[in-house]
Write a protein that binds this ligand. Structure first.
Ligand SMILES: [Fe+2]
Length: 278
């Protein structure tokens, strides 16, 4: 395995949240600006020069950046949520535990039952904002992990163990779970993450590694608890799309309060293509 690389903390940079505007026929400079943001922050906010609907916007972005077709996660296939695009809005009639509520969402990566690195890129398009709250929380879990590798290798090793993190579905009628590492370092030395830490997760330290895992989790949880060098909370405004590297960042959401006549509404697409290409 390669030597740990300590990432430069970079999330407390206001420039990260300014949206990049894309023309309907994006110029090379506009495309490069989006790619540059993704390389620098692992996320980018994009607006289109011409208003389009959510599905059309997500399709346009997938085409523009060669992301391929949207991916339907295992937990949704052949069930009630098998559309390639997911509507995220408060909906008393929906059985989806994460999408249909105004509660906060703990840190997670998209693709609950998928193995680490399957869902590479997530797109969240905002149709309507909440009245208050609802900011998306982006967490540089890989940056914290890289620091941990340098400062406390046994704690980092506990998070790399192949069976340390179990994620399980809470969708009614779906009794499945997936077990895997919380982080992985690929052949090129890049850290990938599956760090998720809420009611759909159970941690399984290897025998004798309970304290190592506890130390690692306490560092991650401390950095994930509030905005700082590794965490940023950002409002997604109507017409904006947030693109982020789901294999490099964890994310969550603040609780929110809706206007019932105009509820907060986001539309999500997942892709298995890394962006930018590795
Ligand atoms: Fe998510």
């Amino acid at each position: 395995m390669s030597q740990p690389t300590v990432s430069t903390p970079r999330f407390n940079d206001e420039a990260a949240t300014r949206a990049v505007r894309l023309s309907i026929r994006p110029t090379a400079g506009e495309r490069a600006a989006v790619v540059d943001r993704m390389r620098r922050y692992r996320f980018v906010f994009v607006t289109l020069g011409e208003a389009r609907g959510a599905a059309e916007t997500l399709e346009f972005l997938a085409e523009t950046f060669e992301l391929g077709e949207p991916f339907v996660p295992e937990a949704y296939r052949s069930r009630r949520f098998d559309s390639p695009l997911s509507d995220i809005r408060k909906d008393a009639s929906s059985a989806h535990p994460g999408f249909a509520t105004d509660a906060g969402q703990p840190m997670h990566v998209d693709g609950l039952l998928e193995s680490l690195g399957t869902v590479r890129t997530s797109l969240l398009h905002c149709v309507r904002q909440a009245v208050t709250g609802g900011r998306t929380i982006l967490f540089d879990a890989c940056g914290v992990f890289d620091r941990l590798r340098a400062e406390d290798p046994p704690a980092a090793d506990a998070l790399l163990a192949g069976d340390v993190l179990e994620r399980f579905a809470t969708i009614p009628g779906v009794h499945e779970s997936s077990v895997g590492p919380a982080f992985e370092v690929d052949e090129s030395g890049r850290t990938l993450c599956r760090f998720s830490d809420g009611p759909t997760e159970r941690w399984h330290p290897g025998p004798g590694h309970e304290d190592d895992l506890e130390r690692g989790l306490s560092v991650l949880r401390r950095e994930a608890a509030s905005d700082g060098p590794y965490r940023i909370s950002v409002p997604l405004r109507p017409g904006e799309t947030l693109i982020f590297a789901n294999d490099r960042l964890s994310h969550g959401r603040e609780a929110f309060v809706d206007d019932p006549r105009n509820p907060r509404h986001l539309v999500r697409a997942l892709h298995t293509t890394p962006f930018p290409a590795a």
